[in-house]
Design a protein around this ligand. Structure first.
Ligand SMILES: Cc1ncc(COP(=O)(O)O)c(C=O)c1O
Ligand SMILES: Nc1c(O)cccc1C(=O)C[C@H](N)C(=O)O
Length: 459
C-alpha cells in the first residue's frame, strides 16, 4: 500500500476482533485508565522542526481557518485555547451562554415560580417544542420529533413501535446492524424476544439483501461509532421499505455533523442523542422521530401518562395523544431539557450543509497531516477515505492505542479510546479548526515516536 496510513475502510481489520465482543468491553468516553487532561495543558505551539512539512501544513491550516465561514462559532463555546478537543462525538462542548440561562431556570423558574412553571414557563410543552428545534437539523418537518428519555429508551420505543406498525405476524424477523453501538443490539435482542421475532444481525451494507417478506423492521446506525463509517441511509431505507418493512435509524453520530434528510428519504422512525454534536450536555435527553404518516398508528410500548390525550384526567385507561407527543412517557427531565434548548441556539443561522463541507475538509486535512508526520505503517486508518462513506470522526488503530491516547491527552489533544486499539478523533465543525487538526496530528506523531523510542522500535 503506497499510503502512509493503511486504510481498512472501516471494515473489520481481520485481527480476530469480533465486533460484538469488542463493543461489549467499551469504556467511558475518555478511557478510564487515561488521565484527565489539565484544562490548561498546553499543546506544542509551534511546528516541531523534525516534522516533515510541518511549516507548510501549519501555514495551510492558518489559511483554511482564515477562510472558514464557521470559524467565529468557536467563540460561542467554553473551550481552552491550549487544548484541542476532539471528543465532541462523545460529549459536545458547553456553549458559553448556557450557564446563565440555567441559572435563571433554576433560580427563577424553579426557585420563584415553582409549580406554575409547568404552564407559565412552558415546561409542559418542552419535549415537542424542543423536538421542533431538533427537527430541521435532521431534515424533518415540524411535529415529528419529540425530545426526552435516553437514546436507549427511544431505541426500544422505536423498534417495538415499528414491529407493531408492521402488523403482520408473518413478518417474524427484526434485522439489526451487527456492528451497532452495543446498547442498540442489546435492546433489539430484548425487543425481538418480547415481540416473538427472530433477530437477524447483519452488516449495514448487507441489509438490502437481508430484508424480505419476513422482515418487520431494520435498525441501523447512520454512522459507525467505532470506525466513523457513514452508511447509505437513502439506499438502505429504500430497500427496507421496498421489502414492506420499517426502517429505524440511530442518528447519534450523524445529527449535527452532516445532513440526515429523514423526510426526504422516507425514513420511518429514528432516534438520536443530543450530547454529542448537538452539545446538549452530559445525559441530555435524546429524541424520537416518528414520520407523520405513522403517527396515528404508532403504538408506544411505553404509554406513560405524559402521552395520554388528557393526562390530568388521570383516567385508569390509556388513550394516546395525537402527533409526536405520543412518544412521550413520564415527567421530562426539565433541567437537562432546558439546557439543551439553550444549547441549540448555537445552530441559529448555520446550515448543516456548511457544517458537512467543513467536517469533510477537516477530516481530509487531519488525515493528510497524519500521513505527512507519522511514519508509514505506524497507524491504520479505519475511517473510509471516500466522502460518501465518512462521518465526522477519524479512527486510527495501533497496538499501543491505550498508551498513545493517554499521552495525547496529557499533552492537550483530547480524543478517546475504544478498546483494544482504536484512537477516535471527533471533528465538531462548530468549534474545531484546521490548526487544531494540524496540531493534533503533529502531537500524535511526537507521541508515537516517543513510544517507539521507549520500546526500542525503529521505523
Ligand atoms: C450510536 C449510539 N447509540 C446509542 C448510544 C447510547 O445512548 P444512551 O446511553 O444515551 O442511551 C450511543 C452512545 O452512548 C451511541 O453512540
Ligand atoms: N454516553 C456516554 C457516557 O454517558 C459516558 C461516556 C461516553 C458516552 C458515549 O456517548 C459514548 C459514545 N456513544 C461512543 O460513541 O462511544
Amino acid at each position: 500500500m503506497s499510503d502512509v496510513l493503511q486504510n481498512t475502510g472501516g471494515r473489520d481489520t481481520g485481527s480476530g476482533r469480533g465486533a460484538r465482543s469488542t463493543e461489549r468491553t467499551q469504556e467511558t468516553g475518555t478511557a478510564r485508565s487515561v488521565p484527565v487532561p489539565a484544562a490548561e495543558a498546553p499543546v506544542v505551539g509551534t511546528p516541531a522542526p523534525e516534522s516533515p512539512g510541518a511549516e507548510s501544513l501549519a501555514a495551510r491550516a492558518a489559511a483554511l481557518d482564515a477562510a472558514d465561514p464557521l470559524a467565529k462559532r468557536r467563540d460561542l463555546f467554553a473551550l481552552d485555547d491550549g487544548v484541542v478537543y476532539l471528543d465532541g462525538n462523545s460529549l459536545g462542548a458547553l456553549p458559553r451562554h448556557v450557564p446563565a440561562r440555567m441559572a435563571h431556570v433554576v433560580s427563577h423558574e424553579w426557585g420563584r415560580m415553582r409549580i406554575r412553571s409547568w404552564d407559565e414557563s412552558g415546561w409542559w410543552t418542552a419535549p415537542e417544542r424542543i423536538g421542533d428545534r431538533v427537527a430541521p437539523l435532521v431534515g424533518a418537518a415540524p411535529g415529528q420529533v419529540v425530545v426526552g428519555d435516553s437514546t436507549s429508551v427511544n431505541v426500544f420505543k422505536a423498534l417495538v413501535g415499528a414491529v407493531r406498525l408492521a402488523g403482520d405476524d408473518s413478518r417474524d424477523e427484526i434485522v439489526v446492524d451487527a456492528t451497532t453501538f452495543p446498547t442498540d443490539g442489546y435492546i433489539a435482542e430484548s425487543a425481538a424476544r418480547m415481540t416473538g421475532r427472530r433477530l437477524v444481525p447483519v452488516a449495514p451494507g448487507d441489509v438490502p439483501a437481508a430484508v424480505g417478506p419476513r422482515t418487520a423492521a431494520a435498525l441501523v446506525n447512520h454512522v459507525d461509532y467505532r470506525t466513523g463509517r457513514l452508511h447509505d441511509l437513502p439506499g438502505i431505507t429504500a430497500a427496507v421499505r421496498d421489502a414492506g418493512a420499517l426502517a429505524v435509524w440511530d442518528l447519534c453520530h450523524s445529527a449535527g455533523a452532516l445532513p440526515v434528510d429523514l423526510d426526504a428519504n422516507g425514513v420511518d422512525l429514528a432516534v438520536g442523542c443530543t450530547y454529542k454534536y448537538l452539545n446538549g450536555g452530559p445525559g441530555a435527553p435524546a429524541y424520537l422521530y416518528v414520520a407523520e404518516r405513522h403517527q396515528a398508528r404508532f403504538d408506544s410500548p411505553l404509554p406513560g401518562w405524559n402521552s395520554h390525550a388528557d393526562p390530568f384526567a388521570m383516567a385508569p385507561g390509556y388513550a394516546a395523544v395525537d402527533g409526536a407527543r405520543r412518544g412521550r412517557v413520564g415527567t421530562p427531565d426539565i433541567l437537562s431539557m432546558l439546557a439543551l434548548e439553550a444549547a441549540l441556539d448555537v445552530w441559529d443561522g448555520v446550515s448543516v450543509h456548511e457544517v458537512r463541507a467543513k467536517s469533510l475538509a477537516l477530516t481530509d486535512f487531519f488525515l493528510e497531516c497524519v500521513r505527512a508526520y507519522v511514519p508509514e505503517g505506524r497507524l491504520t486508518s479505519l475511517t473510509p477515505t471516500a466522502h460518501a462513506e465518512r462521518g465526522s470522526q477519524v479512527a486510527l488503530s495501533c497496538a499501543d492505542a491505550p498508551a498513545v491516547m493517554a499521552r495525547l491527552i496529557e499533552r492537550g489533544v483530547v480524543g478517546d479510546l475504544r478498546r483494544p486499539d482504536v484512537l477516535r478523533f471527533g471533528f465538531t465543525p462548530l468549534y474545531v479548526g484546521f490548526a487544531d487538526a494540524e496540531r493534533a496530528a503533529r502531537v500524535l506523531a511526537e507521541v508515537c515516536a516517543e513510544a517507539d523510542a521507549e520500546a526500542g522500535v525503529e521505523r
